[in-house]
Design a protein around this ligand. Structure first.
Ligand code: BMA
Length: 308
């Protein structure tokens, strides 16, 4: 088994949140001044999503803040595009700032917003960095030839939903987009794939933990897999692990608001060569597990399927 579940999962549920919510799921993760920070999504009782903040000393025991961290904006351009909610945040630390990318839902579709914080007290919206319809933007924590790079997942009517890469000089204007990874037919990720955790640097390449979806007679099954990108040119994929690394198996993953879902928005590399991988289970609760980074890299190198 590549990912070992924490024995006391789930680690954060709606019962732990001081304000009324019906779920706690799909959280971005980072560290700040010796603490772990979790930016989690919650459905309010009207079914629209907000983002809450929780802190932890060890990555396993969490305490949620008294108030939500980000709710749909009330004015300006962001208000128009966040009307239906803010969802699925990812966090990247680069140049002294934490970048938060999140899905912004509105009557115009789903696009991705970028907000910034330095201290996890205040947050500033920076730009809406995609048009509709996009989700799952993860920004690399390094630049390449002076440019920021991101993976994302546009929606398409005529092609299975796939992973693309784009670049930016300033985080606002993005271009040189290219499709780099597609679902594989009659495979666990055949229906659609999307970036999960912001890429993690290893000595063999950038580790990309992504989600893949398979359609069944009983609905979709969300699993996690891994791909390895070239260290200097992240548009080059060295290998994509043929097998999933995590699938819904525990009761809280098999049943809940949306059954059969494990969905990651973040992982934390530790000094001992392990990763703490965080995932939302059944769009209802938050979970954590550990994996050896080397094992995940080896899956991409030694048991690989084609990227395109
Ligand atoms: C996706 C997104 C995720 C969610 C998943 C399973 O399309 O909406 O936020 O976890 O479906 O419901």
């Amino acid at each position: 088994m590549l990912v070992t579940r924490y024995q006391y999962n789930p680690i954060l549920t709606k019962e732990d949140i001081p304000y009324p919510v019906s779920t706690v799921h799909n959280a971005g993760i980072t560290t700040y001044r010796g603490e772990y920070i979790m930016l989690f999504r919650s459905h309010k009782m009207n079914g629209r999503s907000i983002l809450g903040l929780a802190r932890s000393i060890d990555g396993y025991h969490w305490k949620a803040e008294e108030q939500p961290f980000m709710e749909p904006a009330k004015k300006g351009i962001f208000a128009e595009y966040e009307e239906y909610g803010v969802e699925d945040p990812r966090i990247t630390f680069i140049d002294g700032e934490y970048l938060i990318t999140y899905s912004a839902y509105s009557r115009h579709g789903v696009r991705v917003g970028l907000a910034k914080t330095r201290d996890w007290e205040s947050v500033e919206r920076f730009s809406l960095i995609t048009e509709a319809d996009y989700r799952n933007v993860v920004i690399f924590p390094d630049k390449f030839n002076g440019l920021y790079a991101r993976l994302d997942r546009p929606h398409s009517e005529i092609s299975p939903w796939s992973v693309w890469i784009s670049y930016s000089p300033d985080l606002r204007y993005w271009g040189d987009s290219k499709l780099i990874m597609r679902p594989v037919q009659y495979h666990w990720d055949e229906m659609k794939i999307g970036p999960g955790a912001p890429p993690i640097k290893t000595d063999k390449g950038w580790l990309n933990i992504y989600h893949g979806v398979y359609p069944t007679m009983d609905g979709s099954v969300y699993r996690l897999g891994v791909a390895l990108h070239d260290l200097n040119d992240p548009s080059k994929i060295i290998g994509v692990g043929d097998d999933w690394i995590l699938q819904p198996e525990e009761p809280y993953e098999l049943t809940g608001y949306v059954h059969n879902v494990v969905f990651t928005c973040g992982a934390v590399p530790e000094n001992d060569g392990t990763l703490k991988i965080y995932w939302g289970a059944s769009d209802s609760v938050m979970c954590v597990g550990t994996a050896k980074t080397e094992d995940l890299v080896n899956l991409c190198l030694n048991n690989s399927r084609s990227a395109i």
